[in-house]
Design a protein around this ligand. Structure first.
Ligand code: PLP
Length: 420
């Protein structure tokens, strides 16, 4: 049976059913914005709308398609695993669970040795917060203004009011506090109350447009955490897995967090799996009350087989060399576009193949995303700093993709400037 080639399945029909049974307002919003898509064929860093239009994917769902859509090696790892495994049994150890945990620990700085699996980023952040609370017997969670750590129970409470208020997920008063990025004094003022279980920070704030933290800021926060008995959680959901040229983005900053959260690309875009990696203190509940947290499908043995392959591909010397090359190509290509559209295109931040492009507009989702979309490029702006467009390249993009990308971005930006 084919979903994509069934002549009885039409785009119009799927849109109707999506409005009727799935998510009416989300479906309608894309129609209203003239960007209605039903994802059809997908391959590498391209996807096609059901109506046949082809798109270059430079959003890649925040890193989910780091290795491309339907990476053949990742698919093979899953198919092979289904020959003999299934989700497994969350009560018992399993072969791929243990092997993946060992592999992951070996790719983390010394001391980060304990792995708890979940199904998605939000759930893995929830585990990190629960772990910090168990280890410190404190409740408060400090996050950064403009952060985003997920939509699940605890993770959403760390985030912006726009995400948590509609669902009444503010948490108990004083339990979730935010401080501005790069303000060590504000961070210390919260930490010195000695009631914070953890500080959680994206190593680059994705939903705030990937600002590069001031030199020494993140390491400074970690030092303050140590001083006041608080644990540091590095959210590497968007920035980990080699996307910044290192396995984890915090490695650019010369410090070691107490916990790392990885998700999205960890499952290769093929199987949902995420992980919270902990040091001995953060993982103390694993030693004391290991059965008091669980996730039936988090740590599926199939997902673990997939994630092992993802780690293999992501850390190959050829992949590392390609990331380096593409980082330089991006700098060059985007600088040329910035010069050409100077004034409108004001500047950019970059770490590896992750970029935030700063436009002189109120809302890039209208002024930039749409013209790029009309030229076959799918990018997304930053929800909490809407004038910034996120450019998130996959790890394995080739020269042909980049050539096509720069050409189409050029056309899209020319159109955007005309529309101003
Ligand atoms: C930095 C960061 N953390 C956590 C999450 C939550 O991940 P998920 O959607 O898999 O729950 C996201 C999702 O976009 C994210 O960008």
């Amino acid at each position: 049976m084919s979903f994509l080639n069934d002549p009885n399945i039409t785009k119009a029909d799927i849109i109707d059913k999506s409005i009727r049974y799935w998510n009416p307002s989300k479906t309608q919003e894309w129609i209203d914005r003239g960007m209605s898509i039903v994802i059809g064929k997908r391959e590498g860093y391209y996807f096609w709308d059901m109506d046949g239009r082809k798109f270059l994917n430079i959003h890649i769902n925040g890193g989910t398609y780091n290795l491309g859509h339907r990476n053949p090696e990742v698919i093979k790892a899953l198919v092979d695993a289904t020959e003999e495994l299934d989700v497994g049994n969350h009560h018992f150890p399993g072969i791929t669970k243990a092997l993946l945990a060992e592999k992951l620990a070996n790719l983390c700085p010394e001391g980060l040795d304990y792995v708890c699996y979940s199904t998605c980023g939000g759930e893995a952040v929830d585990v990190a917060i629960k772990s910090a609370r168990y280890a410190t017997k404190r409740k408060k969670v400090i996050s950064i203004k403009g952060c985003y750590h997920g939509h699940t129970g605890l993770s959403v409470s760390t985030g912006d009011a726009v995400f948590k208020d509609p669902f009444l997920c503010q948490g108990e008063p004083g339990c979730f506090v935010q401080v501005p990025l790069n303000d060590l004094d504000a961070m210390e003022a919260e930490l010195k109350k000695e009631d914070a279980a953890c500080v959680i920070i994206e190593s680059l704030l994705a939903t705030y447009g990937f600002p590069i933290p001031d030199k020494g800021y993140l390491a400074g926060v970690k030092k303050l955490c140590e001083k006041y008995g608080t644990l540091y959680i590095a959210d590497e959901v968007q920035t980990g897995l080699m996307r910044t040229g290192k396995m984890w983005c915090f490695e650019h900053e010369g410090f070691v967090p107490d916990m790392i959260v990885t998700a999205k690309g960890f499952g290769g875009g093929i199987y949902p799996i995420s992980a919270t990696i902990m040091n001995r203190k953060a993982g103390s509940w694993l030693f004391d009350i290991g059965r008091m947290h669980g996730s039936t499908c988090g740590g599926s043995e199939l997902g673990c087989a997939v994630a092992m392959k993802v780690l293999d591909i992501s850390t190959r010397p050829e992949t590392v060399a390609l990331i380096k090359k593409n980082t330089a190509r991006l700098t060059e290509g985007i600088t040329a576009l910035k010069e050409k559209y100077d004034g409108f295109f004001r500047g950019f931040t970059q770490r590896g193949v992750i970029m935030g492009l700063d436009f002189d507009c109120k809302d890039a989702s209208v002024s930039v995303t749409k013209p790029l979309f009309d030229n076959g490029v799918w990018a997304h702006n930053s929800r909490l700093r809407p004038n910034i467009l996120q450019l998130k390249l996959g790890l394995l993009c080739d020269d042909a993709f980049l050539d096509e990308l720069f050409e189409k971005m050029d056309k899209g930006l020319a159109q955007a400037v005309k529309m101003r």
